[in-house]
Design a protein around this ligand. Structure first.
Ligand code: FPP
Length: 260
């Protein structure tokens, strides 16, 4: 299994098994979120169009999903398209839509065999009926799987998600189904797109920037942050494991004090 994932390129340089063994399994993140940044810059450095970087980014995503699933991580949430990404040239937006469709078409079967449960979060209603149909088909096909819960954030913005949650809660209140004082953190959490998932334990951002970019703002309240200069297409399973290893050695206090 590990040989298969780590087979190519620089991934063979380190002993993946040793890295795996050094991870404290008692302290794995339950939910890992990733901002997959740097596709465009990676491509530009190679004298290629940005879309070349997105294509390479899909290959990275496949490897990281397999690694996270094998490790026993419960939830992986990746930022594939933000509510702000519509501002990009339409050729790039079209390419990304095409990539999502191709990815689903090509990978759905294998993800299902790997016991992955896919779920799309964000305003999916903005996509073409064909793409929406493919997303629903993939979700339905994998709904009963017990492996990693793989959230793909598309047309996603955390502020937008929060406003939609508030809207639905206000509608319930208006219909007399709840009173304002009934609102709890748990109920609010259950009104978000990630309903049912544990909070994000570890947020990874590739590409060198140190910001959250409107991603999972509620869910990341106590997330540990891990930034790398590596651009997403060059992000390897080894580097992912290093982030997990780093997390597994961290001590989280959640606002409390260290034990004596
Ligand atoms: C950010 O890099 C990346 C994106 C906006 C798209 C992410 C998409 C993928 C990794 C591939 C498709 C995903 C799926 C689920 C099939 P950027 O373009 O902003 O890079 P830059 O900062 O170097 O310009």
């Amino acid at each position: 299994m590990w040989k298969k994932i780590f087979r190519s390129g620089s991934d063979t340089k380190e002993d993946a098994a040793a890295l795996m063994n050094s991870i404290n399994r008692e302290n794995l993140p339950r939910h890992v979120a990733i901002i997959m940044d740097g596709n465009g810059r990676w491509a530009k450095r190679r004298g290629m169009p940005r879309t070349y970087g997105h294509n390479a980014g899909v290959k990275t995503l496949k490897k990281i999903l397999k690694t996270a699933n094998s490790l026993g991580i419960e939830v992986l949430t990746v930022y594939a398209f933000s509510t702000e990404n519509w501002k990009r040239p339409h050729t790039e937006v079209d390419c990304l839509m095409q990539l999502f469709a191709e990815y689903l078409d090509r990978e759905m079967q294998e993800m299902n065999e790997d016991n992955v449960r896919i779920h799309f979060i964000g305003r999916t209603d903005a996509f073409s009926p064909l793409l929406r149909d493919m997303m629903t088909k993939a979700e339905t096909m994998m709904a009963g799987n017990s492996g990693i819960h793989f959230n793909v954030a598309v047309n996603y913005g955390a502020r937008d998600e929060i406003v939609r949650a508030v809207q639905s809660l206000m509608s319930m209140s208006k219909a007399g189904e709840m009173q304002p004082e009934d609102l709890t953190e748990e109920l609010f959490d259950a009104s978000l797109d990630t309903s049912g998932d544990p909070p994000v334990d570890l947020l990874i951002r590739t590409g060198g920037d140190l910001r959250l970019s409107n991603y999972l703002l509620w869910q990341c309240a106590y997330a540990e942050l891990w930034f790398t200069d590596t651009n997403w297409p060059a992000f390897s399973p080894e580097e992912f494991l290093r982030a997990i290893q780093d997390f597994s050695g961290r001590h989280r206090r959640f606002g409390g004090l260290d034990d004596e």
